[in-house]
Structures are given as C-alpha cells and as structure tokens.
Design a protein around this ligand. Structure first.
Ligand code: SAM
Length: 286
C-alpha cells in the first residue's frame, strides 16, 4: 500500500475529498516519509505498545504507527476527516478513531481500557495552537505515560529544554523537566508540510522520569508558585507570589522562606532552578 505521506498520495486524497484546510485547527499535514519514519523510530514504538495519536489528519503518521504498534488510538477534532481516515486506514484493525477534542477526552480511561492502565506512548504532529495545554494536561492528569514524542514549533522545543538565565525559560520548561527527560530528535523544515507553516518545527521526545528529580510535598502548590512567578516575570519573586494570594500565604512568610534559602529578597522567579522552586514550595507548604 502506498504511503499516505508521499506528497502525490496526500494530494490525491485531498482532491478526492475536496478537503479544505482549517487554520483554526492548526492543520499542517506532513508530506515527508523520511521524517515520518524517523518520528516512529525516535518514539521507539514496538509490537506491545499502545499509542495515543493526537490529530491524525488524513492518517499519514497513523499509518506508520499502525504498522509498528499493538494498538493505536487516534483522536481527531475535525469531523470532515473521519470518513477520510476510515478509508485511508481501512486495512488496519488495530486502530481506534475517536472524533473528539483531545482536551475533553478522558485519556486515563482510554489507557485503562486499551492498555490495562500501563504506560502508553503519545506520538503526534501537534496542532500548534494548543501545544502547551495538551502537554501540561497529559502531565497534570497523571496519565500513565512512557513518553511523549511530538512535533512542535522549534521555539517551543527550545523552551522545553532550557534553564534559568535564558529568556525562553518558563513554566513549560519547569513542568517538562519535572515530569520528563526532554531529548531533541530533529529539526524539521517548513517545506515538509502542506500547507507550509510560517515557522520551523522540531520533534522532541519527553521520556517520563521513573523517579522525579526533586522531592515536592505539594505538586499543585509548586506549579501555582511557578505560574505566579512567570505571570509577572519582571517583578520580584516576593511581589509576584504575594500578589497572587496563594493559599493565603503571607508576604512575611514568603520573605522568610526566601531568606532561609539564602536567596536575595529581590530575586526574580525566573532566576530559580527547579530544585529551588521545589525547596521554596516545601517551605511555603508548612
Ligand atoms: N497527523 C497529521 C499529519 O502529521 O499530517 C496532521 C497533523 S496537523 C499539524 C494537526 C491535527 O490535529 C489536524 O488534523 C487537526 O484537525 C487536529 N486537531 C486540532 N485541534 C485538535 C484537538 N483539539 N483535538 C484533536 N485533534 C485536533
């Protein structure tokens, strides 16, 4: 069977169904079979794996996943793509296509039903307008995850890997690094998609930590602190946190905790490492 990711095959399907790309759904389809092969290789998909794909489009990446995995669950929001997927993937009986918004799907329930609650692998060429909520949602819902291998904007892949002292450092960097080990697999030129996006892209794998790199007593408090620090990143840490009114924690307690950590009272949140955010949240949790 011809690969859907061959440009001629993709164009043939788009024409047959008279498909119109919807910008609001971040539709940029991959038309490069090398990149597709390398995504599946990088995600290390094997015959025992249950894979969740977010946004299968016409089934280009799904096809490769169906050939390598035991079970593929593909969640697509655009109902006009469902009849196309039913045709393009008709020869695979290890797929489940769900017409839903991924942000509304109970992924824990899917992992339970189709993988006995064991860790699943997420693989996707993500719709860029909701990259952060998708990734944070997977982590914060504590979905049993082995890894997430995704195409994202190149700049977002960079943001996931940096530490303090860079302008790209933020809540996403800290969340990714708390839950997983990020590894950049490849940079992908805009020419590998139809229609061509305005930005270059990158494929990144986030392999879930077996053990968290820091000890945190109250994860949700730590992430509230992180979000508050970066919401007002030009303000001092003390002011950002006291303005946020977190759990009624007083300015005095914030100052005392910062002092107990031997940090300057005028330090900004953007200067703190993951270890320091963990330490601060444990002090403020007392
Ligand atoms: N996987 C295909 C490929 O690589 O060619 C398509 C990738 S395209 C960048 C993103 C896909 O995500 C589109 O098919 C789009 O309709 C779908 N999508 C957008 N928002 C979504 C959402 N909230 N839930 C599920 N799918 C979504």
């Amino acid at each position: 069977m011809a690969y859907l990711g061959l440009p001629s095959k993709t164009y043939e399907i788009l024409e047959k169904y008279d498909f119109n790309f919807k910008k609001k759904f971040g539709q940029n389809f991959l038309i490069d079979t090398n990149i597709l092969e390398n995504i599946v290789k990088g995600a290390e998909i094997g015959p025992d794996d249950c894979v969740l794909e977010i946004g299968p489009g016409i089934g280009t990446l799904t096809q490769y996943l169906c050939e390598s995995a035991r079970q593929v669950i593909a969640v697509e929001i655009d109902k006009t793509l469902i009849p196309i997927l039913n045709e393009t993937l008709s020869s695979y009986d290890n797929k489940l296509i769900i017409n839903e918004d991924i942000l509304k799907v109970d992924i824990n329930a899917l992992a339970d039903k189709y993988n006995g609650g064991k860790p699943i692998k997420v693989v996707a060429n993500l719709p860029y307008y909701i990259t952060t909520p998708i990734i944070m949602g997977l982590f914060e819902a504590h979905v049993p995850l082995h890894s997430i291998t995704v195409m994202v904007q190149k700049e977002v892949a960079e943001r996931m890997q940096v530490g303090p002292g860079t302008k790209d450092y933020g809540a996403l960097s800290l969340a990714v690094q708390y839950y997983a080990e990020p590894k950049l697999l490849m940079i992908v030129s805009a020419n590998c998609f139809v229609p061509k996006p305005n930005v270059d892209s990158a494929v990144i794998t986030l392999v879930n930590h077996k053990e968290k790199p820091v000890n945190v007593e109250n994860e949700s408090l730590m992430f509230d602190i992180i979000r508050a620090s970066f919401n007002q990143r030009r303000k001092t840490l003390t002011n950002s946190l006291s303005n946020a009114g977190l759990n009624g924690i007083t300015k005095e307690k914030i100052l005392a905790s910062i002092e107990a950590m031997n940090l300057s009272p005028t330090i900004r949140g953007e200067a703190l490492t993951l270890e320091e955010f963990a330490h601060l949240s444990n002090l403020l949790n007392k």
